[in-house]
Ligand binder design. Sequence first.
Ligand code: NDP
Ligand code: 2IT
Length: 448
Amino acid sequence: MFKSKYLKDLFDATKKRYSTQPEFLQAVEEFFGAMDPIVNEDPNIEKHGIMERLIEPERIIKFKVTWVGDDEKVNVNRGYRVQYNSALGPFKGGLRFHPSVNESILKFLGFEQTFKNSLTGLPLGGGKGGSDFDSKGKSDGEIMRFCQNYMQELYRHIGSDTDVPAGDIGVGYKEIGFLYGMYRKIRNENTGVLTGKGLTYGGSLVRKEATGYGVLYFAQEMLSKYRNESIEGKQVIISGSGKVGMHAALKARELGAYVVAMSDVNGYVYHKNGLDISLIAKLTEDIPEFSTQYKDYHQSAEYGENPTDIWKKPCDIALPCATQNELFLDSAKSLVKNGCYLVCEGANMPTTLDATHYLQQKDILFAPGKAANAGGVAVSGFEMTQNAMHTPWTYKELDEKLKHTMKQIFYKAYEAAEKYADPRNLVVGANVAGFLRVYEAMVDQGVI
Ligand code: NDP
Ligand code: 2IT
C-alpha cells in the first residue's frame, strides 16, 4: 500500500491501536499515501518521529453535558474537544453537533484541520470538537440550555490564544451566540474566543459565506490552470444545502454557472436548466432541508429520495458539500460516465478513498477538502485578527483576502504536486504543502 516501510509499519500499528476508528484511519491512510514520495528522501522525518507525533492528538477532552428539556426531563450528551496540533498556533477548528459524532470522526476532522490550517499560511494549529447532541426538533430554549451546559465545561480548555472553536455541521450563528454568551459570562472577558460570531459582537463579514465561496474560488483556479476555462455556463452539482452547500450554490450562480442539482438528507432535486437557488436559500433559512418541498414550486423538477443518487445526474463539476463519505466508488463511476471532469470537495473527506483513486485514474481533476474548503477557517483567522485589533474590516477587503488565500492555497498545492507527483495530483500536493510547514515548526520547537 505504501512504498515506505516506515509508513507501512506505522499504519499497521495505528490500524491495530485504533481499529474502532474507521474515519480516523481513512484520513491517516490518505495522508500517508501522499507522504510516500517525501518520507523516503528525508530520513529526518522518521528520526524525529514526526509521523508518530502527528497522528496522536496533543489532548482529547471528553465530558458529560446535562441539560433540561422543555418537558423538564434531564438529558445527557457527550461533549468533546480534540486539541490536535498546536505547532503553528492556537488550536483552531469547528464544533460539530450531530448524533453521529464520536471520537473517530472528531479525530479525523482535527487531523485534517491541522494541514488545512497550515495551508492558509496563518498562525493556526488544528483542533475539532462537538457533541452527539441532535438539534433537530429542539426548541431554541433547549438548544440554548445545551450550549450553555456544553460551555460550562469547555470554557476551561479554550481561550483566544489557546484554542479557538467555530461552527461546523449543526453549529451556526445561533449556537455560536449561545456558546459565546456563556463563555463571556464565566470568564468575564470579550476576547473573541469563538469565530463565526454574530456581527454585533465581534463576528466577521464574509465568515458565513467563506467556505462555500472559497470552494468556488478554488474550482475557478483549477479550471483556469488546467483547462484554461472559466466556470461560466458550467453545469454544477452540489450535495448538501447547509452553510457550505448553500453558499457554494449562491457563488456558482453569481459566477454564471448552472446549479443543476442539490440535496439534503431527504433526497435531491434536479433540473437540467438550473435550479431556483433563491427559492432554495429561502426554504433552507431555518433548517437545511428543501428537497421535499421544491416540487411544490417547480413541477418540472425531478425529485429523488436517495441523496446519493444526485451523483447519477450529468454535470461538468461536482461539489460534495454535505458530510464525510457521501461520494462512493459507484457515484464516482456514474460521474465519470456522465461527463463530469472536476470534483472539488466542500465537505471534509466526502469522497471515499477508492472513489478518489478511481477519479484520479480517470484523470478527473480532484481537489481534497483540506485545500478547497479552507476558506472558512481562513476567514475565521481574519476574524481573530480583527478581534485582536478591535477593528473590523470591510466586506470588500475580506472577500479580496479570501480570494487571494484560495489562490495561494491552490498554487502551494499545485507546486508541491508538480514537485512530488504530477501537477494534477492535488491530493499529494495539498497534503505535502500542508505538512511541510507543520514539520518545520515541530522540528524548530524541539521534542515536546
Ligand atoms: P450544516 O449543518 O450547515 O449542513 C450540513 C448539510 O449536510 C445539511 O444539508 C445536512 O442535512 C447534511 N448532513 C449532515 N450530516 C449528514 C449525514 N450524516 N448524512 C447525510 N447528510 C448529512 O453543515 P456545514 O455546511 O457547515 O458543513 C458541511 C460540510 O462542510 C461538513 O463536512 C463540514 O465539516 C464541512 N466544512 C464546514 C465548514 C464551515 O465553515 N461550516 C468549513 C469547512 C468544511 P441535515 O441537517 O438534515 O442532517
Ligand atoms: O472544517 C472546518 O474548516 C470548519 N468547520 C471551520 C473551522 C473554523 O475554525 O472556522
